[in-house]
Design a protein. Structure first.
Length: 309
């Protein structure tokens, strides 16, 4: 009987590497998740890494290795990490403690944590669960749409969005549907403290929603994957150019990174996740590091004066 195929059985030149999410943890430390897979995604290996990046050098330390696909991850500090793997198993790393909890069916694919620490997971069939500190507790679904993005600066402003123009606002323990009157798949949302919801979709369809009004944001024909605020500006990331900055109701090219899957701001740095890269912006200059695999996982600094110009 043969064992299950692993990444070690795949020739290194055929291993596909993808960075998933990066967080600035203070100083020179970053929490980063990456995944290795074969061409057909028949096997995978995921890593949660603590990266020490000075701008001139980068070193990695493996905090957790999973022989499975990691779907989502959040790092709050160097001693606080949450990971979601395929199958709904959530890993909690708090200092030297490693605990797990399994979300109920159906498929959940992303995590979101409010500033007050409340943790959510969401996915297909309009399903969202909230973690009570011990187990995942479902919130009664209102729609059957696949949910793709969640954001809110507080519990009172928490929104989730997804397929078919779905936008939901959590009010207590119940969802209220926000009527957008369009049928696009929503890939990214950002909710401001004043209640304004920025909405990023496929094919350059972008909006702002506030006070029951939907205003178009002019954008290039691209798929927008992430939105965030950093040092007084609103940035949008897409799957073709990189990072745009919003100027009133227009998106302007800001930095050509090729792909900006996710953006996570800290008070000091904006961390942008690309394909194999983690880019870092301090408000004035860019730096970054990237991962590779040659039978072993490795990391190297990106010379931003020569690449991604």
């Amino acid at each position: 009987m043969t064992g299950r195929k692993t990444i070690d059985d795949v020739p290194s030149q055929e291993v596909y590497l993808e960075a998933m999410r990066g967080y600035h943890l203070g100083g020179t430390l970053f929490g980063v998740s990456i995944e290795l897979s074969d061409e057909y995604r028949e096997c995978g290996r995921s890593y949660l890494l603590l990266v020490d990046f000075t701008g001139r050098s980068a070193r990695l330390h493996v905090l957790l290795q999973l022989e499975n696909q990691m779907l989502s991850h959040i790092s709050g500090s160097q001693d606080d990490h949450v990971l979601l793997e395929v199958g709904g198993l959530t890993h909690f790393l708090r200092g030297s403690s490693h605990t797990t909890a399994r979300a109920p069916e159906p498929f959940f694919h992303k995590l979101f944590r409010l500033p007050d620490g409340t943790l959510f997971t969401y996915g297909e069939d309009g399903c969202v669960c909230r973690f009570d500190g011990i187990s995942w507790q479902p919130i009664q679904p209102l729609v059957s749409s696949f949910l793709r993005a969640m954001h809110g600066p507080s519990a009172e402003l928490l929104h989730v969005a997804g397929n078919n123009g779905t936008l939901l606002h959590l009010q207590g323990d119940r969802w209220r549907q926000v009527p957008l009157d369009f049928n696009r798949s929503i890939e990214a949302i950002h909710v401001s403290p004043n209640g304004t919801v920025s909405i990023g979709c496929e094919d350059g369809i972008c909006f702002e929603y506030r006070d029951n009004l939907l205003k178009e944001i002019k954008a290039p024909d691209s798929d927008f994957m992430s939105i965030c605020d950093f040092k007084g500006a609103r940035f949008w990331g897409d799957n073709d150019f990189g990072v745009f900055v919003q100027d009133n109701h227009l998106l302007k090219e800001f930095r050509a990174l090729g792909f900006a899957y996710a953006m996570q701001p800290s008070p000091d740095l904006l961390v942008v996740t690309g394909w194999k890269e983690i880019f870092v912006f301090d408000g004035n200059s860019w730096s970054g590091f990237e991962f590779g695999y040659d039978g072993q996982l490795y990391i190297q600094v990106i010379d931003m004066s020569r690449r991604y110009l």
